[in-house]
Design a protein around this ligand. Structure first.
Ligand code: SAM
Length: 213
């Protein structure tokens, strides 16, 4: 598990790229500059790990594009100690970004193979999310709710009610909503019954899998 000056150099280029695309949050940029993304993917992709692209991981899933990770994280406005629910642990890269920002991360993964692999890997490289679970992200984590922030990292065909219900008043949830192409959507909970909704640009994610797929 090497992280050498070549990787570090490429990471700084990646930081410049996402900055050019509009990311301004220094803590988010610092996290991207620090996390060895090449270790979160298959070694055959090592040479490409610092391109601003999504890549395949196990179980037909993907590690998200760094710009997308940065965009969603920036919209969450993470503060140290925030309790954050992530839906779709995947490679663990987004989890690591949230940990770098000082969040207490609770993450759910629907593919058992990825859940097992990523749990071991994050531990091995020193990231300590509060809780990783194998299960259905549509349901959130009622046992650990409410959360300050919620991030959904797969394309949701609709906004799961359970997730909105697990957000604290004042909390923020960022979720890509749509089928083939998704609209990045931010919800801010204003009161127990009111949410502000803001839509951003279009993104393309693997689907948030339901009961039947
Ligand atoms: N955050 C991940 C990362 O940084 O690598 C993104 C991984 S990928 C874009 C989305 C992940 O969501 C996949 O690992 C997929 O298995 C997972 N997923 C899909 N449907 C899910 C569901 N219903 N509950 C939990 N995870 C789900």
């Amino acid at each position: 598990m090497q992280d050498n000056y070549r990787h570090k150099g490429k990471r700084q280029q990646l930081v410049k790229t996402v900055k050019k695309k509009g990311i301004t949050d220094k803590a988010v940029l610092d996290a991207i500059g620090k996390i060895p993304r090449h270790l979160f993917m298959d070694s055959s992709f090592e040479d490409h790990a610092y391109q601003d692209k999504a890549f395949p991981i196990a179980a037909d899933q993907t590690i998200s594009q760094p710009y997308t990770v940065a965009f969603q994280t920036e919209k969450l406005e993470i503060e140290k100690g925030d309790k954050v629910l992530e839906i779709g642990t995947g490679s663990g890269y987004q989890t690591a970004v949230l940990c770098e920002l000082g969040a207490k991360v609770y993450s759910i993964e629907r593919q058992r193979e990825l859940y097992r692999k990523t749990k071991m890997f994050l531990n091995k490289i020193g990231y300590r999310p509060k809780h990783l679970s194998f299960g259905d992200g549509y349901k959130g984590m009622p046992d650990y709710a409410p959360f300050d922030k919620i991030i959904v990292t797969a394309g949701a065909p609709f906004v799961p009610k359970d997730l909105l219900g697990q957000l604290k008043v004042g909390g923020r949830m960022v979720i890509p909503v749509g089928d083939d192409v998704q609209t990045m959507t931010l919800f801010i909970r204003k009161s127990p019954t009111e949410f502000d909704k803001t839509e951003f640009g279009q993104f393309r994610f693997v689907p948030l899998l339901g009961d039947k797929n």
